[in-house]
Design a protein around this ligand. Structure first.
Ligand SMILES: Cc1ncc(COP(=O)(O)O)c(C=O)c1O
Length: 441
């Protein structure tokens, strides 16, 4: 039996995440190898990966031997030791490095194994903060319609999008309050920026008053939101939210799971908005996907009242994951990948703008190497575009050797930060072809 036949035979034993049966009825694509921004399948076919591993973690590109070596060295030296009452060197070093690169007051860190766990930990830390200060009524969390914060219990509660994911697991625990997102292209409040006077942000205060300010623990949000396709809010949006949170003693959790570590051309997405979060969640680019790792960071003010953090994952503060992350961050610094993300992002955006002449392309946008292309059936009215047709565009692209992903009515692009101009040019050429073919259909 050949290797390929064997892969085909074993596919019935593996459960895939969020994959309709119909999508794999003709067999699986098995990715067997990665080099820089390219991946290869079981038949040796090469794909230009515009999504850094599809869930977008691989910031430094595939095949970095230095990260493998750092993980190997740490495994041999100390593979694991408990996060309770003991520390390990890589976790201590990584916490120190992060305290220097995150916003000024984010100073203490706890490491977990995913973005969802980081979100859980942040919400628990917020609850602990209020609990130890005697404000035990604060249990509600404000999230935004359209938000994505992960899939574990607490994270699922604040998931503001992808209806079936919530629906299947309902009833969810009470305590999440949703407000509107800043999605100006199709404003949920039917207003126009700037004459809207940031109504979506200011409305949060009205919701807090309605819900009882003394019951609210935290507000969580992605600095630039995935939900509608890499949507950056207006410049002052986060300032308004920060002021409202301060007025009511509510902690602000900024979810940097996607934006963090250079995705948007700054170390963190919130760096574009000049505000100070109380807590930050991170994952993906922190280790470039070489090992599972997430983190929550918070200010001393948040940690000070907390006598003990009643929380534990066996793999918290994992030494191997932290050692790999340290090497990954060193590469990002040495190769100036944050500046690169900003420069290449601008180049990519210029290329995508040339595709705005297509009748079905509504709006193209981006911050650093996180970009989106919103489709519409009518440019003037911004008529919604069937998500199935966006999926069809991604299927066409895959046939032509380009990996891209959908985000509802939009396409989203998040390549490794090492992508080169010629690769971006190649991607734009293929995208142009795919959109043209979709228009003909
Ligand atoms: C903003 C945000 N938060 C949290 C998560 C959950 O991270 P994970 O899939 O690692 O659990 C994601 C995943 O994409 C995310 O985009």
């Amino acid at each position: 039996m050949t290797d390929n036949e064997r892969l085909h035979q074993v596919q019935s034993h593996l459960i895939l995440a969020r994959t309709h049966r119909d999508r794999i009825k003709d067999g699986l694509t098995v990715i067997t190898k990665g080099e820089r921004v390219w991946v290869f399948d079981q038949n040796g076919r090469r794909y230009l990966d515009l999504e850094a591993g599809m869930t977008r973690p691989v910031h430094v590109g595939y095949g970095r031997k230095e990260i493998a070596q750092a993980a190997y060295d740490q495994m041999v030296k100390l593979c694991y030791f408990t996060p309770m009452e003991f520390a390990n060197e890589p976790a201590l070093r990584l916490a120190e490095v992060l305290s220097e690169m995150t916003p000024e007051k984010i100073n203490q860190f706890f490491f977990v194994s995913s973005g969802s766990e980081a979100v859980e930990s942040a919400m628990k830390l917020a609850k602990h903060f209020h609990f130890f200060r005697g404000e035990r009524k604060r249990y509600k969390v404000i999230s935004r319609r359209g938000a994505y914060h992960g899939v574990t219990g607490g994270a699922l509660n604040v998931l503001g999008t992808v209806l079936p994911m919530r629906q299947v697991m309902e009833p969810l625990a009470p305590g999440t309050v949703f407000v509107e997102s800043p999605y100006c292209y199709r404003c949920p409040l039917h207003l126009t920026y700037p004459s809207c006077d940031l109504a979506c942000a200011k409305d949060v205060e009205r919701v807090i008053q309605f819900e009882d300010p003394e019951q609210i623990s935290a507000l969580i949000g992605e600095p630039i939101q995935q939900g509608f396709g890499a949507y950056a809010p207006p410049k002052d949006y986060w300032k308004v939210i920060r002021e409202i949170c301060d007025r009511y003693g509510i902690l602000l959790i900024i979810d940097e799971v996607i934006c963090g570590f250079g995705r948007t051309g700054r170390w963190f997405g919130i760096d574009h908005f000049d505000i100070q979060p109380d807590l930050m969640t991170m994952a993906k680019g922190i280790s470039s996907g070489y090992v599972p790792l997430g983190a929550v960071g918070c200010t001393d003010r948040v940690m000070d009242p907390i006598d003990i953090f009643h929380h534990l994952h066996t793999y918290s503060n994992h030494p191997v994951a932290c050692a790999a992350a340290l090497k990954n961050l060193e590469i990002m610094k040495n190769e100036h990948l944050i500046d690169r993300s900003w420069e290449m992002g601008a180049y990519f955006l210029d290329g995508l703008k040339t595709l705005e002449s297509h009748p079905i392309v509504g709006e193209v946008r981006g911050t650093g190497l996180w970009l989106g292309m919103d489709f519409t059936l009518d440019k003037k009215k911004k008529t919604p575009f069937p998500p199935q047709r966006v999926i069809r565009i991604t299927d066409r692209a895959k046939e032509k050797g380009l990996i891209i992903k959908t985000m509802g009515q939009a396409l989203e692009f998040a390549p490794s930060l090492i992508i080169q101009k010629e690769e971006i040019d190649e991607a734009i050429r293929i995208l142009d072809e795919c959109i043209r073919e979709e228009e003909k259909d």
